[in-house]
Design a protein around this ligand. Sequence first.
Ligand code: CO
Length: 135
Amino acid sequence: MFDRIDHIGIAVDDLEGQIAHYRDVLGLPLVHRETVESQGVEAVLFDVGENHVELIAPLGPDTGVAKFLAKNGPGLHHVAYQTTDIVAALATLKERGVQLIDEEPRVGIRDSRVAFLHPKSTGKVLTELTQPAHH
Ligand code: CO
């Protein structure tokens, strides 16, 4: 069902400061930056080999990430698994009793299709499925 970890998502309240950390201290190439309205975030991707680190900063106080930051502070937010058939993966997981946040995929960063699983049914780890646009 899954090919690999696509990225880990990290919630930040100081986007420019954390960009400097990942780019200049860890030395990771910044490969993409995008406002993702469907998720209420400004998102920045760094390459780590075939995988990514995704920094996400809230676009406004009513967004899920703003609420996460208010509750938990900055830090690890979600893990994203890559799939070549997100619709089939969602159907399989639902059949297996996993609670879905998104019944249908929505448009994510770089025109990917994404869907989130509820942390209640994943051991409190917010889990994203992602199908890159080129699949
Ligand atoms: Co993500």
